[in-house]
Design a protein around this ligand. Structure first.
Ligand SMILES: C[S@@+](CC[C@H](N)C(=O)[O-])C[C@H]1O[C@@H](n2cnc3c(N)ncnc32)[C@H](O)[C@@H]1O
Length: 237
């Protein structure tokens, strides 16, 4: 676009790729006896929307919790929201019958797909799929539910509560997934990392606002990377 007082010679052309750091490193993670490697960045991009390019403290909290309670994953179908590089969904795929990893960011979806390809070739993880899902986007959600009409046994989210405006949409999507599931014990497991008091309150109030029950899982309050963390279970019944 040429603004008033500008002509074509004043315009600096920079390709989008100039700003996106995709220098991913193959990195090793261990959760109990579970070891896995995937591609991720080692530090956050300056773009707020590219948070998914690295592994967040909430994923560490979630994966430690799941690796201690892997029996509850056996044979389950799982959908993960805000998967980022996919470390939680990929761990689940070792125990679950089906894992659908989702994110809304196209750049993040690229590295998520690359990590899924890396693991799909191994015998341990053969049930992985990825879908674009922006919380609150009914068309994208319906598209996923058309492919999986029975819904999911578990909904997972690790470190996905950091932007206030997205929390009502997040719980709206969670509510739809929980109510649609044919599994009576379907729940949303949220690995929550506290960075602001206002968000601590918003998460609890928005879950209730959507008619959902939110409960802290006893014994899960911990410190992760110098921040307070906790596992919540959210149900619709
Ligand atoms: C802080 S990162 C956490 C990534 C990963 N779960 C982890 O713990 O390492 C938050 C993720 O949520 C995704 N996200 C943020 N807002 C979203 C929205 N409105 N809809 C869908 N995904 C979203 C981001 O793209 C990012 O991948």
């Amino acid at each position: 676009m040429v603004r008033e007082g500008e002509d074509d010679d004043d315009i600096v052309c920079l390709d989008e790729s100039f700003f996106v750091n995709d220098d991913y490193q193959l990195t090793r993670f261990a959760y109990g006896s579970q070891v896995l490697e995937l591609y991720c960045l080692q530090s956050a991009s300056t773009d707020f929307d590219l948070t998914g390019q690295l592994v967040w403290p909430g994923a560490e909290l979630m994966n430690d919790y799941l690796s201690k309670h892997y029996e509850m994953l056996r044979g389950c179908s799982v959908i993960e929201l805000g998967s980022g590089v996919g470390i939680t969904g990929i761990l689940c795929s070792r125990f679950c019958s089906k894992v659908v990893l989702t994110d809304h960011n196209d750049e993040v979806l690229k590295i998520l797909k690359r990590n899924i390809e890396l693991h799909q070739s191994s015998q341990e993880s053969h049930c992985l799929a990825t879908e674009k899902l922006e919380w609150g986007n009914s068309e994208q959600l319906n598209n996923i539910l058309q492919k999986h009409p029975e819904g999911f046994d578990l909904v997972l989210g690790a470190d996905i509560c950091f932007q206030q405006s997205s929390i009502p949409l997040l719980f709206n999507t969670v509510g739809k997934l929980l109510r649609r599931s044919q599994c009576k014990t379907c729940k949303f497991i949220l690995a929550y990392v506290s960075r602001a008091k206002v968000m601590d309150n918003l998460v609890v109030s928005e879950a209730s606002q959507q008619g959902l029950h939110i409960n802290e899982v006893a014994g899960t309050r911990t410190v992760v990377k110098n921040l307070g963390g906790v596992i919540y279970e959210v149900t619709s019944r």
